[in-house]
Every structure is written in C-alpha cells, then in structure tokens.
Design a protein around this ligand. Structure first.
Ligand code: FMN
Length: 220
C-alpha cells in the first residue's frame, strides 16, 4: 500500500473542495488499509508561555465544524487550552506514508453534545472518567482502583452515571490542514488548505462561519 501511494502522489486537481472532505477520503482509505486506530492523533498544546506538550487522543467526530476529542478539562491539555486555545493535531499514518496536520483553535463542545457522547461510552469508561483526576499525581495504583470500586458500588450497571462536570469535548476549528503524501526521493507532496474567513484574515471565524479554503503546495 505504501509503494502504491508513493507512486500515485497527491495532486491539486484531485483534492476535495474542503479539508473535511479530503480528510474523510483519507480516513476511509486508512480504515480500508487496515491501519490500527487511524483515529488516534497527537494533540499538541502550549501553555501561556509557549512551552509545548503532546499526547495521543482519539478523534471521535469530525465535520465542517471541526475535529472533536473528549478528555478531562482539568488535565494538563485542558488547562493549557484554557490559557491558550491554539492547538495542533497530527495523524501519523506511517503505514500508508501519509500524515495530516491540523492547526486551529480548540473550543469546548456544548454540554448536550458532551452528554450525548458520554452516554455512548461503556459503563466502565463512564466510571473511569469520574475515578481519574487526569494528570494529577496519584499516590498509588491501589488508590485509583479504590476510587473506581467505590464508584462502581454507587453506580451499578443499572444506574445512570452522570456526566462529570470536569469532563467533555473539544472541537478543533481548523485554520490550516496539511495533507502529506510520501513520494520517491523525498519529493513528497504537501498540500495545505488555508482557511480564509469571510471578512478577510482575522475575521470572526469560529465554528459557525462559512469558510473559504485555498490550497497551497509546500516544499517537502
Ligand atoms: C491510543 C491512545 C488513545 C488515547 N485517547 C485519549 C482520549 O481520547 N482522551 C484522553 O483524555 N486521553 C487519551 N489518551 C491518553 C492521553 O494520551 C494522555 O495520557 C491523557 O489524556 C493525559 O494527557 P495530559 O496530561 O497531557 O493532559 C490516549 C492514549 C493513547 C495511547
């Protein structure tokens, strides 16, 4: 598959009109290609002083409004996004010689949207969201297991687990999306969609605004 993609390349005329359509094509090809967890992406954030941090999360939804993942709002990433909403997402699809890099602004999903997704999670994962104060120091594994056991007692399988107030989604509203396709001799294809908001650069943006996208080719 890798060799096949390398030969084929990525041409401007083959791109979808917007990066979400193009992402959907590549995502479907990644799934068809048997990639393990193609929705795993590296999210990079930076604190208010510009110091970066990265971690893997799972993409749970995407459409023209943005790319959504769920996490603990009090985690390191959550606190960094509070201080500085600019983030980067990277899909490392090495097995098919591709990567997609998104740069944009993260905003919290609405509570209804978060609750709807939370309800789809297995009971144990719902309890885990309560049991773990993500990114804070924990004294021991036993402490974590104890917290979980107490919650499991309080909320047996038959009981509805409330959505933790500190847990929810982030939607990354893309400003640029780069599609990287590995080619021979390191002459890779890099096509980057750049969002031009109505009203020009620096326009209101946000997930509600209709975006106009231009595409630029970057040197590999
Ligand atoms: C494959 C994979 C998927 C993960 N998915 C998520 C996820 O969807 N949400 C999440 O909060 N953490 C997820 N994690 C754990 C994060 O990488 C990270 O450890 C955690 O979110 C705490 O990050 P932080 O302390 O930088 O905020 C995942 C880890 C791996 C390896």
């Amino acid at each position: 598959m890798r060799a096949h993609y390398r030969a084929e390349g990525l041409q401007e005329e083959d791109l979808a009109p917007d990066p979400y359509g193009q992402f959907l094509r590549w995502f479907e090809e990644a799934v068809a290609g048997g990639l393990h967890e193609p929705n795993a992406m590296v999210v990079s954030t930076a604190d208010e002083r510009g110091r970066p941090s990265s971690r893997t999360v799972l993409l749970k939804q995407f459409d023209e409004r943005g790319f959504v993942f769920y996490t603990n709002y009090n985690s390191i990433k959550g606190r960094e996004i509070d201080a500085n909403p600019y983030v980067s997402l990277l899909f490392p699809w090495h097995a098919v010689a591709r990567q997609v890099i998104v740069a944009g602004r993260a905003e919290r999903t609405g509570r209804d949207e978060t609750a709807a997704y939370f309800r789809t999670r297995p009971h144990g994962s719902q309890l885990g969201a309560w049991a773990s104060e993500q990114s804070s120091q924990v004294a021991s594994r036993e402490e974590l297991d104890r917290a979980y056991a107490q919650l499991a007692e309080r909320y047996p399988e038959t009981e509805r687990v409330p959505v933790p107030p500190h847990w929810g989604g982030y939607r990354v509203v893309a400003r640029t999306v780069e599609f990287w396709q590995g080619r021979e001799n390191r002459l890779h294809d890099r096509l980057r969609y750049v969002r031009r908001d109505p009203g020009g650069p620096g326009g209101p943006g946000g997930s509600g605004a209709a975006a106009v996208w231009t595409v630029e080719r970057l040197s590999p």
